[in-house]
Design a protein around this ligand. Structure first.
Ligand code: ZN
Length: 257
């Protein structure tokens, strides 16, 4: 029997009301990543710290497409990547190295989103990283960190370097690998990723043309950096998130299962 054919036991009555709301938001985030075609088969992850449990995290079941993930199928693990709530689904601890290191070191962040999109991987391979070619990219500039590629992130010694490179920022380009964003809540991490992916796509499209690129003036960039700091504060994404949940409910509300 494949894992999606397994009868799904609802977790709604087995977790706190707050954790259930978190599960719905995280499942919605997986569905949105699939909707925007940012998923990579069964790979990459989005993690969320359980409210009131500093060392417990929700993570995707290994083997499921993001479009299949539901609130009940999310796996609960601890900081060492051990499953702490019985589940019918598997867990890939290797995927937790990046997430565990950031969530363990940054108590101000609860959600980490990591992707391998075409445009994100393309920009991650460009030496100058994300350029402020368009407004979306310019607004994000002050909050973007970079981490050099060290091979697949299975080495626990890389954890300290990841945390050091992220510093106090909320977005990171993993060079030669992909993109990463984080937030206090799922919706903040998602909206940061939405803007980062759009900016990466615009850069790839602009660079595919032989036209010389037009960069904004330093005065315009300074204004954009200041505005970016104000725009992407914690909790900036509530209104957009409510609209996105309405869209998911119209298309396929099974993320709430
Ligand atoms: Zn990755």
């Amino acid at each position: 029997m494949s894992i999606v054919e397994m009868p799904l036991r609802s977790m709604q009555n087995q977790v706190s009301e707050e954790e259930w709301k978190q599960r719905v938001d995280l499942a919605a985030c997986y569905r949105l990543v699939a909707h925007f075609e940012w998923d990579d088969l069964i790979y990459t992850h989005i993690s969320l710290r359980v409210a009131g449990c500093a060392n417990h995290f929700l993570f995707n079941p290994y083997g499921m497409m993001f479009e299949e993930i539901t609130s009940s199928s999310l796996i609960k693990v601890n900081l060492d990547g051990n499953v702490i709530m019985e589940s019918s689904y598997g867990f890939n601890p290797a995927g937790f190295v990046i997430h565990g290191s950031i969530l363990g070191a940054r108590p101000d962040l609860n959600c980490v989103l990591h992707l391998h999109t075409d445009q994100g991987m393309a920009v991650s391979a460009q030496r100058r990283g994300l350029l402020p070619l368009v407004q979306t990219g310019a607004l994000l500039q002050p909050d973007i960190a970079y981490h050099d590629y060290e091979g697949p992130a299975t080495d626990t010694e890389e954890r300290a370097r990841l945390v050091h490179d992220l510093g106090e920022k909320n977005l990171m380009i993993l060079r030669n690998h992909g993109t990463l964003t984080a937030g206090k809540v799922v919706s903040d991490a998602f909206l940061r990723m939405y803007n980062l992916e759009r900016a990466c796509k615009a850069q790839v499209l602009a660079m595919s043309d032989s036209e010389e690129l037009e960069l904004p003036t330093e005065t315009a960039l300074q204004k954009a950096r200041e505005q970016g700091r104000k725009s992407f504060h914690d909790g900036h994404s509530g209104l957009v998130w409510t609209a996105l949940l309405r869209m998911l409910d119209r298309r396929d509300p099974s993320f709430r299962d």
